[in-house]
Design a protein around this ligand. Structure first.
Ligand code: DDH
Length: 287
Protein backbone atom coordinates (compact mmCIF):
# COMPACT_ATOMS: atom_id res chain seq x y z
CA UNK A 1 0.00 0.00 0.00
CA UNK A 2 1.14 3.47 -0.73
CA UNK A 3 2.91 5.96 1.46
CA UNK A 4 0.09 8.38 0.74
CA UNK A 5 -2.40 6.17 2.54
CA UNK A 6 -0.17 5.99 5.62
CA UNK A 7 0.37 9.71 5.73
CA UNK A 8 -3.37 10.31 5.53
CA UNK A 9 -3.90 8.05 8.54
CA UNK A 10 -1.31 9.88 10.58
CA UNK A 11 -2.92 13.17 9.73
CA UNK A 12 -6.35 12.12 10.98
CA UNK A 13 -5.67 13.78 14.27
CA UNK A 14 -7.13 11.04 16.44
CA UNK A 15 -6.62 11.64 20.15
CA UNK A 16 -5.14 8.24 20.97
CA UNK A 17 -4.94 8.91 24.70
CA UNK A 18 -8.70 9.47 24.57
CA UNK A 19 -9.17 6.14 22.79
CA UNK A 20 -6.98 4.59 25.49
CA UNK A 21 -9.08 6.15 28.27
CA UNK A 22 -12.30 4.95 26.64
CA UNK A 23 -11.05 1.37 26.53
CA UNK A 24 -9.68 1.60 30.09
CA UNK A 25 -13.11 2.72 31.36
CA UNK A 26 -14.80 -0.28 29.72
CA UNK A 27 -12.44 -3.05 30.92
CA UNK A 28 -14.46 -3.86 34.05
CA UNK A 29 -17.91 -2.96 32.75
CA UNK A 30 -19.16 -6.53 33.19
CA UNK A 31 -18.23 -8.04 36.54
CA UNK A 32 -19.63 -11.42 35.50
CA UNK A 33 -17.14 -11.78 32.67
CA UNK A 34 -14.33 -14.19 33.65
CA UNK A 35 -12.30 -12.67 36.51
CA UNK A 36 -14.08 -9.33 36.14
CA UNK A 37 -11.98 -7.82 33.34
CA UNK A 38 -11.82 -7.95 29.57
CA UNK A 39 -8.12 -7.05 29.87
CA UNK A 40 -6.65 -10.54 29.35
CA UNK A 41 -8.70 -11.40 26.26
CA UNK A 42 -7.75 -8.02 24.72
CA UNK A 43 -4.07 -8.83 25.29
CA UNK A 44 -4.59 -12.17 23.56
CA UNK A 45 -6.28 -10.47 20.58
CA UNK A 46 -3.38 -8.01 20.21
CA UNK A 47 -0.89 -10.88 20.34
CA UNK A 48 -2.73 -13.20 17.94
CA UNK A 49 -3.22 -10.42 15.41
CA UNK A 50 0.54 -9.68 15.50
CA UNK A 51 1.96 -13.17 15.96
CA UNK A 52 1.08 -14.28 12.43
CA UNK A 53 4.07 -12.37 11.10
CA UNK A 54 6.68 -14.10 8.99
CA UNK A 55 10.00 -12.26 8.67
CA UNK A 56 10.91 -14.31 5.60
CA UNK A 57 8.22 -12.82 3.34
CA UNK A 58 6.84 -9.96 5.45
CA UNK A 59 3.31 -11.38 5.50
CA UNK A 60 1.05 -11.32 8.54
CA UNK A 61 1.33 -9.09 11.58
CA UNK A 62 -1.00 -6.51 13.06
CA UNK A 63 -1.20 -4.23 10.00
CA UNK A 64 -4.40 -5.25 8.22
CA UNK A 65 -6.33 -6.86 11.07
CA UNK A 66 -7.12 -9.78 8.80
CA UNK A 67 -8.55 -11.79 11.71
CA UNK A 68 -11.81 -9.99 10.90
CA UNK A 69 -12.13 -12.38 7.96
CA UNK A 70 -12.61 -16.09 7.40
CA UNK A 71 -10.82 -18.40 7.62
CA UNK A 72 -8.47 -16.57 10.03
CA UNK A 73 -11.39 -15.59 12.30
CA UNK A 74 -12.11 -19.25 12.98
CA UNK A 75 -8.57 -20.67 12.99
CA UNK A 76 -8.46 -22.93 16.05
CA UNK A 77 -5.87 -20.74 17.79
CA UNK A 78 -8.27 -17.79 17.59
CA UNK A 79 -11.22 -19.49 19.30
CA UNK A 80 -12.91 -17.09 21.68
CA UNK A 81 -11.34 -13.94 20.27
CA UNK A 82 -14.68 -12.84 18.81
CA UNK A 83 -15.38 -11.73 22.39
CA UNK A 84 -12.50 -9.24 22.17
CA UNK A 85 -13.27 -8.15 18.61
CA UNK A 86 -16.95 -7.53 19.48
CA UNK A 87 -15.95 -5.64 22.63
CA UNK A 88 -13.78 -3.31 20.55
CA UNK A 89 -16.54 -2.68 17.99
CA UNK A 90 -18.06 -0.36 20.59
CA UNK A 91 -14.84 1.66 20.60
CA UNK A 92 -14.62 1.58 16.80
CA UNK A 93 -18.14 3.05 16.65
CA UNK A 94 -16.93 6.01 18.74
CA UNK A 95 -13.71 6.51 16.77
CA UNK A 96 -14.48 5.27 13.26
CA UNK A 97 -11.27 6.81 11.83
CA UNK A 98 -8.95 4.43 13.72
CA UNK A 99 -7.84 1.35 11.79
CA UNK A 100 -8.64 -2.03 13.29
CA UNK A 101 -4.94 -2.89 13.57
CA UNK A 102 -4.23 0.29 15.52
CA UNK A 103 -7.31 -0.27 17.69
CA UNK A 104 -6.50 -3.89 18.56
CA UNK A 105 -2.83 -3.21 19.41
CA UNK A 106 -3.64 -0.06 21.38
CA UNK A 107 -6.27 -2.03 23.34
CA UNK A 108 -3.75 -4.75 24.21
CA UNK A 109 -1.30 -2.18 25.50
CA UNK A 110 -4.05 -0.36 27.39
CA UNK A 111 -5.10 -3.63 29.06
CA UNK A 112 -1.54 -4.46 30.14
CA UNK A 113 -0.92 -0.99 31.56
CA UNK A 114 -4.29 -0.84 33.33
CA UNK A 115 -3.67 -4.24 34.94
CA UNK A 116 -0.47 -2.83 36.45
CA UNK A 117 2.04 -3.73 33.75
CA UNK A 118 4.80 -1.62 32.23
CA UNK A 119 4.35 1.38 29.95
CA UNK A 120 4.62 0.10 26.38
CA UNK A 121 5.51 2.55 23.61
CA UNK A 122 3.03 2.45 20.71
CA UNK A 123 2.89 4.02 17.26
CA UNK A 124 -0.15 4.41 14.99
CA UNK A 125 0.00 3.69 11.27
CA UNK A 126 -1.62 0.30 10.61
CA UNK A 127 -4.23 0.26 7.87
CA UNK A 128 -7.02 -2.19 7.13
CA UNK A 129 -6.38 -4.86 4.53
CA UNK A 130 -8.81 -7.11 2.68
CA UNK A 131 -9.63 -10.79 3.02
CA UNK A 132 -7.01 -11.67 0.40
CA UNK A 133 -4.34 -10.98 3.02
CA UNK A 134 -5.51 -13.51 5.64
CA UNK A 135 -2.64 -15.64 6.89
CA UNK A 136 -2.53 -19.44 6.63
CA UNK A 137 -3.41 -21.50 9.70
CA UNK A 138 -0.59 -22.78 11.91
CA UNK A 139 1.42 -19.59 12.46
CA UNK A 140 0.59 -19.31 16.18
CA UNK A 141 2.06 -21.65 18.81
CA UNK A 142 0.50 -25.03 19.52
CA UNK A 143 0.23 -25.48 23.29
CA UNK A 144 0.69 -29.25 23.05
CA UNK A 145 4.15 -29.02 21.51
CA UNK A 146 7.72 -28.69 22.82
CA UNK A 147 10.53 -26.13 22.77
CA UNK A 148 11.55 -26.93 19.19
CA UNK A 149 8.13 -25.83 18.03
CA UNK A 150 8.07 -22.75 20.29
CA UNK A 151 11.47 -21.65 18.94
CA UNK A 152 10.43 -22.31 15.35
CA UNK A 153 7.32 -20.13 15.75
CA UNK A 154 9.06 -17.21 17.46
CA UNK A 155 12.28 -17.32 15.43
CA UNK A 156 10.04 -17.02 12.35
CA UNK A 157 8.85 -13.66 13.71
CA UNK A 158 12.43 -12.61 14.50
CA UNK A 159 12.51 -13.14 18.28
CA UNK A 160 15.30 -14.74 20.34
CA UNK A 161 15.14 -17.00 23.42
CA UNK A 162 15.21 -14.11 25.89
CA UNK A 163 12.30 -12.41 24.14
CA UNK A 164 10.30 -15.66 24.00
CA UNK A 165 10.59 -16.09 27.76
CA UNK A 166 9.82 -12.42 28.39
CA UNK A 167 6.68 -12.56 26.23
CA UNK A 168 5.28 -15.69 27.82
CA UNK A 169 5.09 -13.94 31.18
CA UNK A 170 1.89 -12.37 29.82
CA UNK A 171 0.21 -15.54 31.07
CA UNK A 172 0.33 -13.87 34.49
CA UNK A 173 -3.08 -12.64 33.38
CA UNK A 174 -6.08 -14.47 32.02
CA UNK A 175 -7.09 -18.07 31.87
CA UNK A 176 -7.77 -21.02 29.61
CA UNK A 177 -11.37 -21.86 28.73
CA UNK A 178 -12.52 -25.38 27.84
CA UNK A 179 -14.92 -23.97 25.24
CA UNK A 180 -12.13 -21.98 23.54
CA UNK A 181 -8.80 -23.85 23.62
CA UNK A 182 -9.95 -26.99 25.42
CA UNK A 183 -7.58 -26.22 28.30
CA UNK A 184 -8.78 -25.09 31.70
CA UNK A 185 -7.78 -22.62 34.39
CA UNK A 186 -5.57 -19.62 35.21
CA UNK A 187 -1.77 -19.51 35.56
CA UNK A 188 -1.72 -17.33 38.68
CA UNK A 189 -3.88 -16.58 41.71
CA UNK A 190 -4.49 -12.98 40.61
CA UNK A 191 -5.24 -13.26 36.88
CA UNK A 192 -6.02 -9.57 36.38
CA UNK A 193 -2.72 -8.33 37.88
CA UNK A 194 0.24 -7.96 35.59
CA UNK A 195 3.18 -9.12 37.75
CA UNK A 196 6.11 -11.55 37.48
CA UNK A 197 4.18 -14.09 39.56
CA UNK A 198 4.01 -16.41 36.54
CA UNK A 199 7.76 -17.09 36.61
CA UNK A 200 7.83 -17.58 40.37
CA UNK A 201 5.03 -20.14 40.25
CA UNK A 202 6.51 -21.88 37.23
CA UNK A 203 9.85 -22.38 38.99
CA UNK A 204 8.74 -22.80 42.62
CA UNK A 205 5.66 -24.99 42.42
CA UNK A 206 5.64 -28.67 41.74
CA UNK A 207 3.78 -29.26 38.48
CA UNK A 208 2.03 -32.55 37.85
CA UNK A 209 -0.06 -33.81 34.98
CA UNK A 210 -3.72 -33.03 35.52
CA UNK A 211 -5.92 -36.11 35.67
CA UNK A 212 -8.90 -35.36 33.49
CA UNK A 213 -10.52 -36.13 30.16
CA UNK A 214 -9.22 -32.94 28.52
CA UNK A 215 -5.95 -32.30 26.67
CA UNK A 216 -2.67 -32.87 28.51
CA UNK A 217 -1.91 -29.97 30.85
CA UNK A 218 -0.15 -29.48 34.18
CA UNK A 219 -1.50 -28.35 37.54
CA UNK A 220 0.21 -27.23 40.73
CA UNK A 221 0.41 -30.12 43.15
CA UNK A 222 -0.46 -28.00 46.18
CA UNK A 223 -3.78 -26.39 45.24
CA UNK A 224 -4.74 -28.04 41.92
CA UNK A 225 -6.08 -24.64 40.87
CA UNK A 226 -3.32 -23.31 38.62
CA UNK A 227 -2.26 -24.55 35.21
CA UNK A 228 0.65 -24.71 32.79
CA UNK A 229 0.53 -25.79 29.16
CA UNK A 230 2.97 -28.43 27.86
CA UNK A 231 4.60 -25.84 25.56
CA UNK A 232 5.35 -23.48 28.44
CA UNK A 233 6.67 -26.11 30.85
CA UNK A 234 9.66 -25.92 28.50
CA UNK A 235 10.50 -22.60 30.18
CA UNK A 236 11.37 -24.63 33.26
CA UNK A 237 12.89 -27.56 31.37
CA UNK A 238 15.00 -25.98 28.62
CA UNK A 239 18.33 -24.71 29.98
CA UNK A 240 18.47 -21.47 27.96
CA UNK A 241 14.79 -20.66 28.58
CA UNK A 242 15.12 -21.43 32.29
CA UNK A 243 18.02 -19.02 32.66
CA UNK A 244 15.72 -16.14 31.65
CA UNK A 245 12.75 -17.41 33.67
CA UNK A 246 14.98 -17.32 36.76
CA UNK A 247 16.08 -13.78 36.03
CA UNK A 248 12.49 -12.60 35.57
CA UNK A 249 11.27 -14.46 38.69
CA UNK A 250 13.83 -12.56 40.75
CA UNK A 251 13.57 -9.14 39.18
CA UNK A 252 10.19 -7.73 38.14
CA UNK A 253 11.70 -4.41 37.00
CA UNK A 254 14.01 -6.24 34.61
CA UNK A 255 11.08 -8.27 33.31
CA UNK A 256 8.92 -5.15 32.85
CA UNK A 257 11.69 -3.53 30.85
CA UNK A 258 12.27 -6.58 28.64
CA UNK A 259 8.56 -7.33 28.30
CA UNK A 260 7.79 -3.77 27.23
CA UNK A 261 10.48 -3.89 24.53
CA UNK A 262 9.45 -7.33 23.26
CA UNK A 263 5.70 -6.61 23.26
CA UNK A 264 6.24 -3.30 21.48
CA UNK A 265 8.33 -5.12 18.86
CA UNK A 266 5.60 -7.77 18.52
CA UNK A 267 2.91 -5.12 17.94
CA UNK A 268 5.04 -3.51 15.21
CA UNK A 269 6.06 -6.60 13.21
CA UNK A 270 5.47 -5.92 9.53
CA UNK A 271 4.02 -2.44 10.05
CA UNK A 272 5.44 -0.11 7.38
CA UNK A 273 6.16 3.01 9.42
CA UNK A 274 7.38 6.32 8.13
CA UNK A 275 10.62 7.19 9.94
CA UNK A 276 9.08 10.16 11.74
CA UNK A 277 6.00 8.36 13.12
CA UNK A 278 5.20 9.69 16.57
CA UNK A 279 5.75 7.35 19.52
CA UNK A 280 3.00 7.41 22.16
CA UNK A 281 3.43 6.47 25.80
CA UNK A 282 -0.05 6.36 27.26
CA UNK A 283 -0.76 7.59 30.72
CA UNK A 284 -2.47 4.89 32.83
CA UNK A 285 -5.84 6.03 34.19
CA UNK A 286 -4.96 4.41 37.50
CA UNK A 287 -1.77 6.43 38.07
FE1 DDH B 1 -1.20 -17.37 25.40
N1 DDH B 1 -2.66 -18.81 25.54
N2 DDH B 1 0.04 -18.73 24.53
N3 DDH B 1 0.17 -15.92 25.13
N4 DDH B 1 -2.53 -16.05 26.18
C1 DDH B 1 -3.91 -18.66 26.09
C2 DDH B 1 -4.41 -17.53 26.68
C3 DDH B 1 -3.72 -16.33 26.76
C4 DDH B 1 -0.22 -20.05 24.32
C5 DDH B 1 -1.43 -20.69 24.50
C6 DDH B 1 -2.54 -20.10 25.09
C7 DDH B 1 1.40 -16.08 24.58
C8 DDH B 1 1.99 -17.29 24.21
C9 DDH B 1 1.35 -18.50 24.21
C10 DDH B 1 -2.22 -14.73 26.45
C11 DDH B 1 -1.13 -14.01 26.02
C12 DDH B 1 -0.01 -14.58 25.38
C13 DDH B 1 -4.61 -19.89 25.97
C14 DDH B 1 -6.02 -20.13 26.46
C15 DDH B 1 -3.77 -20.79 25.36
C16 DDH B 1 -4.06 -22.23 25.03
C17 DDH B 1 -7.07 -19.63 25.47
C18 DDH B 1 -8.45 -19.85 26.03
O1 DDH B 1 -8.81 -21.01 26.23
O2 DDH B 1 -9.16 -18.86 26.27
C19 DDH B 1 0.97 -20.71 23.85
C20 DDH B 1 1.08 -22.18 23.50
C21 DDH B 1 1.95 -19.76 23.80
C22 DDH B 1 3.37 -19.97 23.42
O3 DDH B 1 4.04 -18.96 23.03
C23 DDH B 1 4.01 -21.10 23.49
C24 DDH B 1 2.03 -14.80 24.41
C25 DDH B 1 3.41 -14.60 23.78
C26 DDH B 1 1.16 -13.85 24.91
C27 DDH B 1 1.32 -12.37 24.96
O4 DDH B 1 0.39 -11.66 25.15
C28 DDH B 1 2.63 -11.74 24.76
C29 DDH B 1 -3.28 -14.17 27.28
C30 DDH B 1 -3.29 -12.75 27.87
C31 DDH B 1 -4.22 -15.17 27.49
C32 DDH B 1 -5.48 -15.12 28.34
C33 DDH B 1 -6.70 -14.85 27.51
C34 DDH B 1 -7.97 -14.85 28.32
O5 DDH B 1 -9.03 -14.81 27.70
O6 DDH B 1 -7.94 -14.85 29.55
Amino acid sequence: TSGTEKTTLEKKGIDYQQVYNTIADMLEENEDYDDGSYGPVLVRLAWHSSGTYSAADGTGGSCGATMRFEPEATHGANNGLAVARDFLEKVKAKYPEISYGDLWTLAGICAIQEMGGPIIPWRPGRFDKTQEHVTPDGRLPDAAKDQRHVREIFYRMGFNDQEIVALLGAHAVGRCHTDRSGYEGPWTFAPTSFTNEYYKLLLDEKWVEKKWKGPKQYEDKKTHSLMMLPAEMTLAWDKEFKKWAQIYAKDQDKWFEDFSAAFSKLMELGVPYAADTKVYKFKPTTA
